[in-house]
Design a protein. Structure first.
Ligand code: F6P
Length: 439
């Protein structure tokens, strides 16, 4: 079953005066019309390569081959890379069971590790415990110049050398970066190619945070057995209403973008909580944070993404969400979990004084919580939309990610910023380099 978006609990009739009026929403929704025309044309002309990805199949064999090469005889596979060079892969891999509490630790070899944060202690400890002779890595950097990734890579190269494996680095590492362009230095290629490391090309027309559906996200996904063709098929579903010239009200991503922008403009509500239920969606919330924050936060404009996972964050953030400032728009991602998971023994439930648990499954409880949280938010005058998937599988995650990417691009157009750059972060990078030189 495809993704279902429900926005009824976003309006004044349901949430009181914090809520938008239908007229306020419709006015912004109407402004998505030219954006949808632009998107449709960009898909047809290929001007926005992201939009060609859902229908693309020619590269899938190469993606599966790369994943098989990384896995072959390996106990461990590292993904070095940060931001958009890592989070999309993490999000997809988690749907296949990577990084789930407990069961994620018991997955069959190879173990998959994403090293996306540069931490001196963590990296040293990782390099000390990894069985390097059976460890492969894929190094992902669109630009080839990200300091964190270069440093991790150099540290790994030195560790291989110390382990007497220098001669076989080409058999252990794979690179993924923009194609070499004459006259333009790609530091990662310059560093790794002399070791005989092969490179896959990062599509130069797809920015890192929009790259989950390219080899960047799909190689790690394939490595843990996710059906990468199904991910693309799901993405195609999210794109279909744009392609098919549906009216804005029938394009879920346009509706979502219009809601967020209408709340920002008409109510000053610029905080967007993504509360996703289930361990398999935890990385999705982190991927969404980069997408929404880095794409929209510029020129004094933007909206602040807040990640939350259910039900666990009911026990940390929900108090604030319900009873703190009414300054947030909520998106709750739910799935059909009723009847799923362990079933509770009625005798134990009665013994514990929790008779209503008896005969119910864990999923029954979570399903009730999903419903109760949405309703409680609305009753407390918090606007909330629901994105519901019957199950979070390869196809649905592809649909969900494409939905959010389209929503982000449309929102960027509505607020008048470029979704695809991130100029402000450069200043700190330059300064950090200066400080490093002075050490
Ligand atoms: O893939 P790269 O070029 O290493 O960049 C990693 C990340 O760094 C950023 O450029 C921000 O510094 C992100 O936009 C990007 O996803």
């Amino acid at each position: 079953m495809p993704l279902k978006q429900t926005i009824d609990t976003c309006f004044d009739v349901e949430v009181g005066e914090t809520g938008l009026t239908r007229a306020e929403f419709e006015a912004v929704l109407a402004r998505t019309e030219p954006v949808l025309v632009w998107l449709r044309e960009a898909r047809e002309t290929g001007a926005l390569p992201l939009l060609s990805l859902p229908a693309k199949t020619a590269d899938l064999a190469g993606i599966r081959e790369a994943a098989d090469w990384l896995a072959d005889g390996s106990t461990d596979v590292l993904v070095l890379g940060t931001g958009g060079s890592s989070l999309g892969g993490q999000t997809l891999a988690q749907v296949a069971g990577w990084h789930l509490p407990v069961s994620g630790d018991f997955r069959p070899a190879p173990r998959l590790h994403f090293l996306d944060n540069l931490d001196p202690h963590g990296l040293a400890e990782a390099l000390a415990v990894l069985p390097l002779a059976t460890t492969r890595a894929i190094v992902v950097s669109k630009s080839g110049g990200t300091g964190e990734t270069l440093m991790q890579t150099m540290a790994l190269l030195a560790a291989y050398e110390d382990a007497g494996l220098k001669g076989a680095i080409g058999e252990r590492l794979l690179g993924l970066s923009e194609p070499a362009v004459s006259g333009k230095l790609n530091k990662l290629r310059k560093l790794l190619e002399p070791f005989g490391v092969r490179f896959h090309d990062h599509d130069p027309g797809v920015g890192g945070r929009f790259a989950a559906l390219t080899n960047v996200g799909l190689i790690p996904a394939a490595l843990v057995g996710l059906d990468v063709a199904a991910v693309r098929a799901g993405a195609a579903r999210a794109l279909a209403p744009v392609r098919d010239k549906a009216a804005p009200g029938a394009v879920p991503s346009a509706v979502g973008a219009a809601l967020a922008v209408a709340y920002a403009e008409a109510r000053g509500i610029t905080q967007n909580v993504l509360l996703a239920y289930g361990d398999r969606t935890e990385r999705l919330t982190r991927w969404y944070v980069q997408l929404w924050a880095e794409s929209l936060g510029k020129q004094g404009r933007g909206m602040t993404p807040i990640p939350a996972v259910g039900p666990v964050d009911q026990h940390s953030q929900l108090q604030l969400f319900l009873d703190g400032p009414a300054d947030k728009l909520f998106t709750v991602v739910t799935t059909d979990v009723a009847d799923k998971g362990p079933r509770i023994d009625p005798a134990l439930a009665a013994e514990a004084g929790q008779a209503e648990f008896g005969g119910r499954t864990v999923g029954d409880f979570v399903a009730s919580q999903q419903r109760a949280t949405v309703e409680t938010l609305a009753r407390n005058a918090r606007p909330v939309r629901v994105l519901h998937a019957s199950a979070l599988d390869a196809e649905r995650i592809g649909e969900l990610m494409m939905h959010f990417m389209l929503e982000t691009i449309i929102a960027a157009h509505l607020i008048g910023v470029d979704a695809f750059d991130q100029p402000a972060v450069e200043e700190g990078k330059v300064l950090a380099r200066t400080y490093l030189e002075g050490m």
